[in-house]
Design a protein around this ligand. Structure first.
Ligand code: ZN
Length: 340
């Protein structure tokens, strides 16, 4: 079978390897059809000093496919059934796993495609408990966006920020994979959506997607425009994943008691926060990473109900690197998908 391996920093190789053995008890074998790309893949490709991993490593952290074979004792799946896979090797035994807080597993073995071999290969054996069925009406291309892009967004908006119908939300980087997902989900809930983008072409696309107000952060200060749009009251929720210098601007966009939820720091990981502002304004800041299996199931249900991911580009497996370049270029609007 084919497997796409990272053999050194910034060096990928498509290799032929023997396929996996028959799935063991409690496992399923999945034929992978689509991999979604995320910034995590860009970090992994570039190499990160602190990441504990051994090369070569099969890349791909988010994927959809169909059941190819069943191990003993697995009765909840059928051969040919469409599925997606949870991308972190959780233990399934700790209190967090038992309570369905999978992304807080106390014994997590690593993230697939980053610390452990990932999904960019024809066949993979997975514990059946980490495999989620895809509704018939959802394509595998769209489903491939559920485990990270949609799941992360679902966890941020609903488990952490507890976004409610009718609230106003500022979504940063509305053209990104999770930014587009946040716009789609918040609009479906009946929220007012303000979003930031880096060029006018993306502004048009964000409006077409349903955003009520779009701010080009390169030509306007988003915090000033947001305060004006909300009659100086501020927004209920800020959806952050940029960090850097804009983080304090994001806090200034919140109304008193507002919630900021963040899952990324693409513009820089370190910020200085005014603590007086934090407690006097009673802001709530949530760090969010990954999602639960339930978030993935809920994401797929939303897709079946018409809340679809925005797909920017599709590339074949051999052009995985071109997909990463597209993601790195910041020209992207929506998700980059690698097809098998
Ligand atoms: Zn666990």
């Amino acid at each position: 079978m084919r497997a796409l391996q990272l053999v050194a920093d910034r060096q990928l190789e498509l290799v032929e390897t023997p396929g996996p053995a028959a799935p063991a008890e409690g496992e399923v074998q999945v034929r992978v059809h689509a991999v979604g790309l995320n910034h995590l893949d860009v970090w992994g490709f570039r190499g990160m000093a602190f990441a504990k991993r051994k090369l070569p490593l099969v890349v791909g952290a988010e994927a959809a496919g169909e059941i190819a074979a069943l191990g003993a004792g697995v009765t909840q799946f059928k051969p040919g059934q469409k599925v997606v896979m949870y991308g972190a090797m959780t233990c399934g035994r700790c209190a967090a796993c038992h309570e369905g807080r999978d992304n807080l597993c106390e014994n997590v073995g690593g993230i697939m495609g980053f610390h452990l071999d990932g999904f960019a290969r024809d066949l993979i054996n997975m514990p059946a408990r980490l495999v989620v069925p895809v509704p018939d009406t959802v394509s595998l291309r769209d489903a491939a966006c559920a485990p990270i892009a949609f799941g992360t967004t679902e966890h941020m908006l609903f488990d952490n920020a507890k976004l409610k119908p009718g609230e106003t939300i500022l979504v940063h980087a509305g053209g990104s994979g999770i930014g587009t997902a946040a716009i789609v989900m918040a609009k479906a809930l009946g929220c007012t959506v303000i979003t930031t983008v880096g060029d006018d072409a993306k502004a048009e696309k964000a409006k077409a997607l349903g955003a009520d107000h779009v701010i080009n952060y390169k030509t306007d200060r988003f915090e000033g425009v947001t305060r004006k749009l909300t009659a100086k009251k501020g927004v209920d929720v800020v959806f952050e994943h940029v960090g850097g210098e804009g983080f304090n601007g994001s806090l200034l966009c919140l109304k008193r008691g507002g919630r900021l939820v963040t899952c990324g720091s693409t513009a820089g990981p370190t910020v200085t926060i005014n603590l007086m502002q934090l407690f006097q304004q009673q802001y709530k800041i949530f760090g969010s990473f990954g999602c639960s299996l339930r978030n993935i199931r809920d994401s797929l249900s939303k897709m079946a109900a018409g809340q679809l991911p925005v797909i920017d580009t599709e590339v074949p497996l051999a052009e995985f690197e071109r997909g990463l370049e597209r993601l790195e270029s910041r020209k992207v609007f929506g998700k980059v998908i690698v097809n098998f």
